[in-house]
Design a protein around this ligand. Structure first.
Ligand SMILES: [Zn+2]
Length: 68
């Protein structure tokens, strides 16, 4: 196994150029999570997942939930 003797240090912020800082942070943007509407109950859910509210997936009940 290759063992590198590298130590990482905190770098004073004035030693990092604006360009270098911006290049690093170019990948830090977050995106809003994708949500779809449950076809059974209308709840906002993540796609390709069982609805937590009604327990259905693709309009079929896969987890029995108490009727509300
Ligand atoms: Zn639902």
């Amino acid at each position: 196994m290759l063992k590198l003797d590298i130590q990482l240090f905190a770098v004073p912020f004035r030693k990092v150029s604006k360009t270098r800082k911006r290049m690093r942070r170019a990948h830090n943007a977050t995106t809003a999570p994708t949500v779809v509407t449950c076809p059974t109950c209308g709840e906002k859910i993540k796609p390709h997942r069982v609805c937590k509210k009604c327990g259905s997936y693709k309009k079929k009940t896969v987890i029995a939930k108490d009727a509300e």
